[in-house]
Design a protein around this ligand. Structure first.
Ligand SMILES: [Zn+2]
Length: 277
């Protein structure tokens, strides 16, 4: 599943490749995404330039001259920048055909592939921050609102394990399973510890570790979208060097203790029983 770093890398790639280009046509191949795609949308966006590419949580915002396209990659989606003539693959759901405004034919396509169709595409002519999908989102882990003070406050009285609290999208948005494990390892905090038992110092360390884990992944994914696809044609979510995730049974990279895997809320958690308390 694309997590926040993949979405941010995608944003950077699209920003680099597509800012300033004009949408010649939005071509929808399958309207049945997570929510049906509005059939009016192609007429609303045709001819508009992409003026900026932003992100809110795991939503990509393509700011147009008049309005904003809101894209979510869902469970299995990817957006790639391709030559417009590239043949379609199975599960390609829509194309934004782009040109510089000088030529009659589209030169590039921003192509959305999504086998499971949990992704989504919306358009709004209003402030996107007030769109129903975006208006109630919790603070972002890379923004200043998510600080030790905030984490300390929202964990008071919470019996749930800190790993689960970190993944609670109502408290902080976009920390998925991989980065919750990685951040807790970096902060040397056991994923099983009750959230309310975090001290202020723990919160300082954890906030710093969440940011460090996400930023390391974003840096590792800093290739162009053209490189984003594996040689098999499938979108390869980049695999950066992870400290703890999926290392069950292997020695901890810090102390050589065997890494453990447990289940928390149906998800696998990886941790080192000696480094993390
Ligand atoms: Zn260790």
């Amino acid at each position: 599943m694309p997590e926040l770093p993949e979405v941010e890398s995608t944003r950077r790639g699209i920003e680099r490749e597509a800012t300033g280009l004009r949408i010649q046509q939005l071509r929808i191949y399958d309207h049945r995404l997570r929510w049906p795609v509005d059939p009016q949308m192609p007429a609303l966006v045709a001819g508009q330039r992409i003026v900026a590419v932003e992100r809110r949580a795991k939503y990509l915002l393509l700011r147009l001259e008049r309005g904003t396209l809101i894209v979510h990659l869902g469970m299995s989606g990817s957006l790639r920048v391709l030559d417009a003539a590239t043949p379609r693959l199975k599960h390609d759901q829509f194309d934004l055909l782009l040109d510089s405004g000088m030529a009659a034919v589209a030169t590039m396509a921003l192509r959305f592939n999504d086998p499971r169709r949990f992704g989504s595409l919306h358009f709004t002519g209003e402030d996107p921050g007030r769109h129903p999908l975006l208006r109630a989102l919790a603070p972002e882990p890379l923004e200043s609102k998510f600080d030790a003070e905030y984490l300390h406050r929202v964990t008071r009285g919470r019996r749930a394990a800190i790993k689960q609290v970190l993944m609670n999208g109502r408290l902080v948005t976009g920390v998925g399973n991989i980065y919750a494990s990685e951040a807790l390892f970096r902060a040397r905090i056991s994923p099983r510890r009750g959230a309310r038992r975090l001290s202020r110092t723990d919160c300082v360390r954890l906030v710093r570790s969440v940011r460090a884990a996400l930023n390391a992944a974003i840096r590792a994914g800093g290739t162009t979208l053209r490189d984003y696809v594996g040689t098999d044609g499938n979108p390869g979510y980049f695999r950066q060097r992870l400290y703890i995730y999926e290392r069950a049974g292997k020695p901890c990279r810090v102390c050589r203790t065997v890494v453990r895997r447990i289940r928390q809320g149906q998800r696998s958690t990886y941790y080192c029983p000696s480094c993390q308390v």
